[in-house]
Ligand binder design. Structure first.
Ligand SMILES: [Zn+2]
Length: 171
């Protein structure tokens, strides 16, 4: 089922999500819904809090990028960051229409579980590394715009205000 996205200005996006402890039917259907939402929105990554679920689950689909991975990561933990950084024009389904250069470490090492609870441990680079960092931030209540230096935030502040006002209206 495609779920409704939460947008910039919604308090749930600023909260820390909890670890998943049960690997069963509930997790499976959450991940299914997240992939369906991601596909419908034509995104490359989605974190559970973006659909209002405060659980540490992210889904990533890089299949349009040279057959990149399509995976769900549960309780992802980045335990190593490269010193080298790269700049990437980032966007977010919860901050529609806003794109901005964000500097982040180039490579990372990640521990996570798959949806069956099997441990994963791997190194990621390029877009995969970027998306994992962006989505893992969501699990800690951090949006990519908070990674933009304050002096540059002015350039997008009116766009952000528009999203806050138009997307969070009560029916
Ligand atoms: Zn995002």
């Amino acid at each position: 089922v495609k779920r409704k996205l939460l947008f910039y200005g919604n308090d749930l996006l600023a909260q820390k999500s909890s670890d998943v402890t049960e690997f069963g039917a509930e997790l499976r259907s959450l991940v299914e819904d997240m992939f369906e939402t991601l596909d419908a929105e034509k995104g490359i990554g989605l974190a559970a809090p973006q659909i209002g679920v405060l659980s540490r689950v992210i889904v990533i689909d890089l299949s349009p990028f040279d057959d990149g991975p399509r995976v769900a990561l549960v309780n992802p933990e980045i335990y190593w960051y490269s010193k080298d950084t790269v700049t990437y024009d980032e966007g977010c389904l919860s901050v529609p229409g806003v794109f901005y250069d964000v500097i982040r470490p180039e490579k990372i090492k990640v521990r996570a579980k798959d949806i069956d609870g099997k441990p994963l441990d791997f190194e990621a680079d390029e877009v995969f590394s970027r998306v994992i960092q962006h989505e893992t931030d969501h699990l800690d209540g951090v949006l990519f715009i908070e990674r933009i230096p304050e002096e540059h935030l002015k350039e997008i502040s009116s766009d952000l205000e528009k999203i806050r006002k138009s997307k969070n209206k009560k029916k």
